[in-house]
Design a protein around this ligand. Structure first.
Ligand code: GLN
Length: 491
């Protein structure tokens, strides 16, 4: 064990030193809900290898370079993704004492490649939120300015990476939950093509929109982790193998890439608007060809997203009834009261709001009015994007209309936060891959933009991101330099 940590951590560091440094940073930032590298090292190797062979097609075999990149790296996992014997709280009182009896396929594939889970990260309860302020269990702060939020819902994972505690972390993205905190904290955040990474072991919020992805400190690492995790899995029937013609597609820079940018008033604040403009100029100087594109359905993304997400959440969360698992009240007169008390005590206000909203849009006789309409909008959004990707190779967009905002009343109201999901929810409604990239600092805070590509064309995202990384390396918060040796493979 000791030699493992020596090889991973910077020169004279030891596991004990790493552990105490992470613990100290965590006290300031609240990234981890559980931090236990010993436990992670004990996750059964046999069990992990089994997940690799469970339905993965030959075309999905990760390249040797990807396996070598992740080997021996410590990583963190959002607390709605199962890791054997670790907590799986989903940031909720409901599951505060729950321990996972198995590992998610994505986690197991990384462990089989030699990476080690070091802990579980804080999140908005069940993934519902944009600031990690809806966690019932801890407060998370932005490492660039602790009076500001980290973004959400994968806020803990973004902070663990940005504050140098781990080189990469897993998150989930239902409407922007990987990309938005990545943008707020200055790291890379990939939301892969729907189905390309198995959802087995991801606690469901809105199943048709979400997936597991990665937050990392470099483009190489983001790509390597994705390549190790992706591929079909017989435990998730919506998982898909990489199409044969795209297996091994190169992510080496190509000239002549056509990039679409959005026109019109995008409702960005001054800093983000200036940052978007500046990023476009940087790309132009690098030789990318730009095309202005119209996305008329953009304004319908948020209502469609929240209608569908709430509807699916109200069904998915029905299982937390205090009987099979979840919080069980000390006393109840009868089964009905038991369920009522468990849900009343176990769920926070945002979760209750969405269950109510979901039940409302799904109630009989009214589905035409809300849910089916939202599905039609979803199809229109998909068609819009299909049309756009006939004339451009990639789409370049903001992630969020503002940078990291303040905590509580200093920040955005829950309603404003929802409205601000318009740029990210597009990729979830359409199932397309998108990558948030750090584009330097503006007023001392990270600024993030995103690239979106056609399904299974993640390699295009990495292609451009790699070129931009040379120009604009990710910012490092001055107080939190990385605790591990740079992400090259340790000797
Ligand atoms: N902010 C969005 C929501 O609250 C996104 C959440 C997510 O991607 N999990 O639903």
């Amino acid at each position: 064990m000791e030699s493992y940590w020596k090889s991973v951590l910077s020169a004279e560091s030891s596991r004990a030193a790493y552990q105490s440094a992470v613990t100290a940073r965590n006290q300031q930032l609240g990234a981890f809900l559980e931090f236990d590298p010993e436990r992670g090292a004990a996750v059964s190797a046999e069990h992990c290898l089994e997940a690799v062979n469970r339905g993965q097609r030959a075309g999905d075999n990760p390249p040797d370079s990807a396996l070598a990149t992740v080997e021996r790296l410590p990583f963190a996992v959002k607390d709605n993704i199962a890791v054997d014997t670790f907590s799986l709280t989903c940031g909720s009182r409901m599951l505060e004492r729950f321990r996972s009896p198995y590992s998610a396929t994505a986690v197991a594939r990384l462990c089989a490649a030699g990476a080690t889970v070091v802990g579980k990260t804080n999140m908005d309860e069940f993934g519902m939120g944009s600031a990690t302020e809806n966690s019932a269990l801890a407060q998370t702060h932005n490492p660039f300015d602790r009076s500001r939020v980290a973004g959400g819902s994968s806020g803990g994972s973004a902070v663990a990476v940005a504050a140098g505690m781990v080189p990469f972390a897993l998150g989930s993205d239902t409407g922007g939950s990987i990309r938005q905190p990545a943008a707020f904290c200055g790291v890379y955040g990939l939301k892969p093509t729907y189905g390309s990474v198995s959802r087995y072991g991801l606690v469901a919020y809105a199943s048709s929109l979400e997936g597991i992805g990665v937050l990392a400190s470099s483009v190489d690492l983001t790509e390597a982790v994705f390549q190790v995790m992706r591929g079909q899995d017989e435990m998730d029937h919506s998982s898909l193998a990489t199409p044969a013609e795209l297996v091994g597609a190169s992510s080496v820079a190509q000239t002549g890439t056509r990039v679409g940018v959005l026109t019109g008033d995008l409702g960005l604040d001054d800093q983000v608007a200036a940052g978007y403009q500046r990023s476009i100029e940087v790309l132009q100087q690098l030789g990318y060809r730009f095309e202005r594109v119209e996305l008329p359905t953009l304004e319908y993304c948020v209502p469609a997203y929240y209608t569908i997400a709430a509807a699916e959440a109200s069904a998915n969360l029905a299982r937390y009834n205090g009987v099979r698992y979840g919080l069980r009240p000390d006393y109840a007169e009868n089964p009905e009261e038991l369920v009522r008390a468990a849900r009343e005590q176990g769920f926070g206000p945002e979760v209750k709001l969405r269950i109510l909203l979901g039940t409302y849009v799904l109630r009989s006789g009214f589905q035409d009015q809300y849910y089916l309409r939202a599905q039609k909008i979803r199809t229109a959004i998909r068609n819009d994007l299909t049309r756009i990707f006939q004339s451009v190779d990639l789409l370049f967009m903001p992630v969020f209309p503002v940078q990291a905002f303040g905590h509580g009343a200093e920040g955005l109201s829950p309603f404003q936060q929802k409205l601000a999901d318009r740029f990210t929810s597009t990729a979830n409604l359409s199932g397309l891959p998108a990558l948030a990239l750090p584009m330097g600092l503006e007023n001392g805070l990270p600024l993030g933009m995103q690239l979106m590509a056609p399904a299974f064309h993640e390699h295009r995202l990495f292609q451009v991101a790699r070129v931009l990384e040379e120009e604009l390396p990710p910012p490092v918060p001055p107080q939190y330099p990385p605790l591990w040796q740079s992400h090259t493979v340790p000797e």
